[in-house]
Write a new protein. Structure first.
Ligand code: DC
Length: 222
C-alpha cells in the first residue's frame, strides 16, 4: 500500500518545514504544493499579467510546464525548465499565489499534477486542499494550525533572518489577509476536513509538532 500523508493549514503554520521533517523521518518525499501556485504567481508578475484577470491567468497556467525535482536540499520547483525555488518566497509572490489559486481551472490543473506526482511514490503533501480534494484517501490527514500571532511571530523571525524588511505588524496583516482570501474563495477554500486530525502547534516546539504528527501517522497506518 502506498503511503500518502496530507497536511493542510493556514499561512505560516509551519506546514512546509514540518512536512519536510516528517517526510525525512519516514524516508519519503515531500511535495510542497504551495510552491506550484507560487511559481504561477511569479511568472504572472514577471510577465506583467494582471493576477486579477482570471482568463489571462488560466491561459498562462495552461501554457506553462511546471515541474519539481528533488536534490540534496529537498524540492526544487521548475517553470518552463527554470529553477525558480529561490524566487518564490517574497511577500509579493505569496499574495499573487493566493490570488491565482482562486481560479477553478488553475486549481483543476494543479490538483491533477499533484495527484500524478503522489501516485508515483510515497509522499507527504502539504497545502490547503490536500485532505479535502487532492488526496481524499490519504493514509493520514492533518490540519496543522497555530494562533495568528504565533504564526506571524515565526514568519517574521524567518523573514528577518533572510534580511526581508517587513515589520511584525506588516507580517501579521499580510497573513490575515491571505488567510481570509484562502478561506473564502469560491473553489476549494481552506477548511479542516472532517476526517483530519487537528494539531495546534501554538504551545509546541518544532520537534514536538513533528513527533505528534508521526504518532498520528503511525496510528492511522496500522
Ligand atoms: O503554502 P503557501 O503559503 O506556499 O501557498 C501559497 C498560496 O497558494 C496560498 O496562499 C494558497 C495557495 N495554495 C492553494 O490554494 N492550495 C494549495 N494546495 C497550496 C497553496
Amino acid at each position: 500500500m502506498s503511503l500518502n500523508i496530507a497536511i493542510d493549514g493556514p499561512v505560516g503554520a509551519g506546514k512546509s518545514s514540518i512536512s519536510d521533517a516528517v517526510a525525512a523521518r519516514l524516508g519519503i518525499l515531500h511535495l510542497d504544493t504551495g510552491a506550484m501556485y507560487r511559481a504561477l504567481g511569479l511568472t504572472a508578475l514577471r510577465r506583467g499579467i494582471d493576477v486579477g484577470d482570471e482568463k489571462k491567468i488560466t491561459e498562462l497556467c495552461e501554457a506553462l510546464q511546471f515541474g519539481v525535482k528533488y536534490g540534496q536540499n529537498g524540492q526544487r520547483t521548475l517553470v518552463e525548465g527554470e529553477d525558480v525555488t529561490g524566487l518564490i518566497r517574497t511577500p509579493e509572490v505569496s499574495m499573487a499565489a493566493s490570488t491565482v489559486s482562486r481560479y477553478a481551472d488553475v486549481r483543476r490543473r494543479m490538483v491533477r499534477l499533484q495527484q500524478e506526482l503522489a501516485a508515483q511514490t510515497d509522499m507527504v503533501l502539504d497545502g490547503r486542499d490536500i485532505c479535502t480534494t487532492v488526496l481524499p484517501n490519504a493514509t493520514a490527514k492533518i490540519y496543522l494550525t497555530a494562533s495568528a500571532e504565533e504564526r506571524a511571530r515565526r514568519r517574521y523571525k524567518e523573514m528577518a533572518e533572510k534580511g526581508m524588511p517587513d515589520t511584525y505588524e506588516q507580517v501579521l496583516e499580510d497573513l490575515k489577509k491571505r488567510d481570509e482570501q484562502d478561506m473564502n474563495r469560491p473553489v476549494e477554500p481552506l477548511r479542516k476536513a472532517e476526517d483530519a486530525v487537528e494539531v495546534d502547534s501554538t504551545g509546541l516546539s518544532f520537534d514536538e509538532t513533528v513527533e505528534t504528527i508521526l504518532r498520528i501517522v503511525e496510528a492511522k497506518a496500522k
